[in-house]
Design a protein around this ligand. Sequence first.
Ligand code: IPE
Ligand code: IPE
Ligand code: MG
Length: 242
Amino acid sequence: MTKPEHIAIIMDGNGRWAKSKGLPRVAGHRAGVKTLRKLIEHAVKLRLNAITVFAFSTENWQRPEKEVDLLMDLFISALESEVEDLHKNNVKVTFIGDRSAFSSKLQNSINQSESLTINNNGLSLNVAANYSGRWDIIQALQSVASEIKSNTLAIDEINELQVASKLSLANHKDPDLFIRTGGEQRISNYFLWQTAYTELYFTETLWPDFDSTQLELAIDWFSNRERRFGKTPEQVAQTQNQ
Ligand code: IPE
Ligand code: IPE
Ligand code: MG
């Protein structure tokens, strides 16, 4: 069975989960953190290589101030309570996105979790926070433009590899499996460039209810995809038989 090397997840549906139980939205976010914790434990057991979760999009700042504040508090408390266990499990934590918009307290927690786990070589857990796919492409273009300005790069040297090397997670393979919980079938400004050939898996399950069985279902679904990358099925079969 082919395991995905890099899974990108949109953890969606916390608010609706809470609402269905007559609870405030923040209760859904709290339950969502627990789900993520269990999912990471399972991913470590399955010896998965990399998972990147969408925790907060650049558009999520538009939510009511109270919800945004509670989410920021939750990020800090979750990092503080989980980072030791993540470290013990050999998980390497990395954040992507523009962290400069966060409070200095949150930035400190982020930096500390990254530096504590930087030499771990088990699961890579990447957290997209204040991230968006368009932001990522823009910051990559800025970096390319500054190299051109300083004459270290010529315009005709700009190619796919060049641009990709400036994107967040340039050291990772593009996600091969994308999972979105909560029933919506859209990308919501998550990875754009990197999902060119990603297999897209959508489930109605709300994020707090997503468990290890659900993860394995998604991985099984992935392993049954024929990844052709533009070739014909016959060509794919030929390379598999070689
Ligand atoms: C995802 O759940 C969590 C974040 C965006 C931070 P939602 O909060 O979007 O939950 P729904 O989609 O309203 O149910
Ligand atoms: C996407 O979920 C962002 C995160 C899960 C962090 P949203 O709930 O914000 O997406 P939309 O607004 O339904 O597209
Ligand atoms: Mg949502």
